[in-house]
Design a binder for this molecule. Structure first.
Ligand code: ACM
Length: 506
């Protein structure tokens, strides 16, 4: 599959493209509004009509579960379910899902071909088929009650292998249904990692069977004093499976040695003075620390990571490691080194916030840049890869401007144009493409309490982060025109998005 040349081809498409539908009316179609921007798009005359008789053809059993997800999502989009068929491909009136065996383009690549007669999504893996379908979904247009897809040929593959977002379920707890909704939003834009911030000062949100008080006591409140909550291990597994069906890997974070008041309140023995702390419902940071000199601390971490690793099929466990201001530096380094060993002993690789780069980092560990380019460069020098989450550009909890009611502003305001207009490969000197695994946009929840508020903070910025991750950054003026079309889609879905004045919403 050819890479690049996208932008040239794409700018051709910005000039309006029209299709001719059965009704003889002409309708602008969203070939010029795809997000993330595909590698190559060629438009053709005509359209494929999606109707009640349209079938989804699945010839390879490896696609069965993906086809079910696709059929369900299509039903949500068009209002009725299409039948799945296992008869031969390339038939008229059929959406063909085809796995090819070549290993040329990477497992997330896809080709989407739409003609008057048929639709073909071809990929090397079910993930590629799913991404091709996400593109298809964005192309659906309704005309006189019927659904159409514009004739086109698209070849596409992602730039980065890690395209993520983080949801903080600790400061305010969000239940399984909210997390599934969040996963759906990531999937719409071809993101493939959801980092769950599962433990912090204000709440412990994942059941640990060997330390049950973590959730029964440590999960019982949240910022502002609400009742909090937690995921049972069965619920967490259900989230993992739901995400997996949408090609999203869960990265669980247990923040340590700081940000641990909920644990320190649940078990007195984790404190150096042997006294349990009070539960905390404020928003200060940097005041708590596990007792680095006590052996029980490492038994605790080993138990926690063993249980979380067993529930998590993905390759990573995130150990936080940020803002451990109440831990002496020497203790901090000793602690992170041991945490890394424990994570690896359970068959996972460690991700840590950028402070963890000061430890004896394994070249297989990953450092998440949020604040310190120096720490990120230190991680690079140790061979570790980077996830780019610069707070000044990628934090979804930063206010859009001074009038935004929700969110914080310690890293500045992040309007939609600022959130979009940065290149992970060039933002920070000395940090270049070969060191970067991908990007992640974190949503911290000190001020965010429900799904409406989550939506307001993530839309429209999430679409821009997804594009940076999949396509690489592009031109803001061109992007904002594509973005404009997504507002109506979000409104139709009932999404409470921020109607930024930087975009001429349609
Ligand atoms: C962070 O924002 N403390 C990683």
């Amino acid at each position: 599959m050819k890479k690049a040349i996208t932008s040239i081809l794409f700018s051709f498409l910005i000039a309006s493209i029209f299709i001719s539908c059965n009704s003889n009316s002409q309708k602008e179609v969203p070939l010029n509004a795809l997000i993330p921007r595909p590698n190559t798009v060629s438009a053709a005359i005509g359209a494929f009509e999606v109707g009640r008789k349209t079938r989804i053809s699945v010839l390879n059993h490896k696609l069965n579960s993906t086809a079910m997800v696709i059929a369900n999502e299509l039903k949500d989009a068009i209002g009725y379910e299409l039948e799945l068929t296992t008869s031969a491909s390339a038939q008229k009136g059929v959406i063909n899902l085809i796995l090819n065996d070549s290993q040329e383009n990477g497992h997330e690549a896809y080709e989407l071909s739409i003609t008057h007669q048929e639709v073909v999504i071809k990929a090397e893996s079910p993930a590629g088929i799913f991404y091709g379908f996400q593109t298809l979904k964005q192309l659906l247009v309704q005309e006189s009650g019927n659904w159409f897809l514009p004739s086109a040929s698209i070849e596409d593959q992602p730039k980065y292998s890690y395209r993520g977002s983080m949801l903080d379920v600790s400061r305010h707890f969000f239940d399984m249904e909210d997390v599934k909704q969040y996963i759906d939003y990531l999937a719409m834009y071809k993101m493939n990692y959801l980092h769950l911030h599962l433990a912090d000062d204000q709440g412990w949100r994942i059941e640990i069977k060997s330390w049950p008080n973590l959730t029964t006591h440590g999960g019982s409140t949240e910022v502002g004093g609400g009742e909090g909550g937690f995921f049972t291990q069965d619920q967490y597994r259900e989230i993992v499976d739901y995400a997996k069906d949408r090609f999203i890997t869960i990265v669980p974070e247990i923040d340590m040695p700081g940000h641990t008041n909920a644990a320190l309140a649940s078990y007195a023995e984790l404190n150096c003075d042997g006294k349990a702390r009070e539960l905390y419902t404020g928003t200060n940071v940097g005041f708590s620390s596990l007792c680095v000199d006590k052996e029980i601390t490492y038994e605790f971490i080993d138990d926690v990571i063993k249980e979380v690793a067993a529930l998590t099929p993905g390759p990573y466990i995130h150990v936080g490691g940020d803002e451990s201001h109440a831990t002496e530096k020497e203790d901090y380094l000793k602690f992170i080194n041991r945490a890394q060993t424990i994570v690896r002993s359970h068959g996972k690789e460690m991700i840590g916030w950028d402070e963890t780069a000061q430890a004896n980092l394994s070249s297989t560990s990953v450092t998440q840049l949020w604040a310190s380019p120096d720490f990120a460069r230190e991680a690079m020098s140790k061979g570790a890869k980077l996830i780019m989450s610069p707070a000044t550009h990628a934090y979804l909890d930063m206010k859009y401007d001074s009038t935004t009611n929700l969110g914080l502003s310690w890293a500045g305001y992040i309007e939609v144009d600022k959130g979009y207009s940065w290149d992970p490969d060039t933002l920070l000197s000395g940090i270049t493409r070969e060191h970067i695994l991908g990007i992640e946009a974190p949503l911290w929840s000190e001020t965010v309490t429900n799904m409406d508020e989550i939506e307001y903070m993530i839309f429209p910025r999430l679409a821009g982060y997804a594009e940076i991750g999949w396509s690489g950054v592009g031109d803001w003026e061109e992007y904002r025109q594509r973005l404009a079309g997504h507002g109506a889609k979000w409104a139709a879905m009932g999404i409470n998005f921020y109607q930024s004045p930087k975009v001429d919403w349609k």
